[in-house]
Design a protein around this ligand. Structure first.
Ligand SMILES: [Fe+2]
Ligand SMILES: [Fe+2]
Length: 283
């Protein structure tokens, strides 16, 4: 299923069904006895970055739950399972890295969280702003939609790049979960962005503060490394343009092109033209 068909299915997001099936993607699901060929260093770097983002979900969830989002039972039901699933994505990717000979030190996660001391201030600001406007959840839901779609696009790009049997099996399974996450957030964002004030507030926040998923956790330099690895090939700009055009379908988000701009430093059209020129030059 491509990203657009996920959007077409958005009306059908079924919370009860999600709650029944959530949490199945765990390390025990996979056969680790045949780790396959060694992945290159860039692929391993991307996997490490992805593992860190997945584990950071609990911190992001704490930020979300400190706002008025906690008053919505549908959102809190979803978040309960979402956090569980993302935690096991991180564990599964850690197992994948270990199958490649990497050793994962728990201290890594402690250090990442200590680096993010600014979280506390952001959390306080978010809590205050959240009390001032009933539209605050629109920002979180839109943010979630962009990040889930970026994440699943990144996983797909890594699977296509690496062409590694075990990695493809694991990531295909994780991508299925990410599609459901995206569907939930997109559906919620669409509903909460009906109001013009919500559109203006959310557009402002996204324009001003959004950066590619993981960069607030791992830093801009690592984010650029991942973007270069996953999206600088001929198909990369098209993948990012699809994120942009999908998010642009949200009310008030017709302007959205930040996946391309902040990942490749160019508009979707410029990035695709550049990729086409490179592909033609190689022929
Ligand atoms: Fe995940
Ligand atoms: Fe997710």
């Amino acid at each position: 299923m491509n990203n657009l068909s996920v959007v077409e299915n958005r009306e059908r997001f079924d919370l009860d069904k999600y709650l029944r099936v959530a949490g199945a993607t765990r390390p025990e699901l996979f056969d680790w006895s045949a780790p396959g060929p060694r992945l290159d260093d860039d692929s391993l770097f991307c996997l490490g970055y992805m593992m860190d983002i997945e584990l950071h979900t609990i911190v992001y969830m704490r930020e979300m739950l400190s706002t008025q989002v906690i008053e919505d039972p549908a959102i809190t039901a979803f978040l309960s399972c979402w956090g569980y699933e993302e935690f096991f994505h991180s564990r599964t990717i850690a197992k994948l890295l270990e199958s490649q000979g990497a050793s994962i030190d728990e201290q890594r996660f402690v250090e990442l969280r200590q680096r993010r001391a600014a979280d506390h201030l952001e959390q306080k600001v978010a809590r205050i702003v959240s009390r001032l406007t009933r539209h605050f959840p629109a920002i979180h839901m839109t943010w979630g939609a962009i990040n889930e779609l970026s994440t699943l696009t990144g996983y797909q790009a890594l699977a296509d790049r690496a062409r590694h049997p075990l990695l493809t099996t694991v990531l295909s399974r994780i991508i299925k979960d990410e599609r459901r996450h995206f569907s939930f957030y997109f559906n919620q964002a669409r509903i909460r962005l009906k109001d013009r004030a919500a559109q203006l507030l959310t557009s402002f926040a996204v324009r001003r503060f959004w950066s590619p998923v993981g960069s607030p956790v791992r830093g801009d330099s690592d984010m650029r490394h991942v973007c270069r690895t996953l999206f600088s090939d001929a198909r990369g700009p098209g993948r990012l343009a699809l994120i942009d055009s999908t998010i642009a379908r949200l009310p008030g988000f017709e302007w959205f092109d930040l996946a391309s701009r902040r990942c490749l430093g160019a508009s979707p059209r410029q990035a695709i033209n550049h990729a086409n020129r490179l592909a033609n030059a190689e022929r």
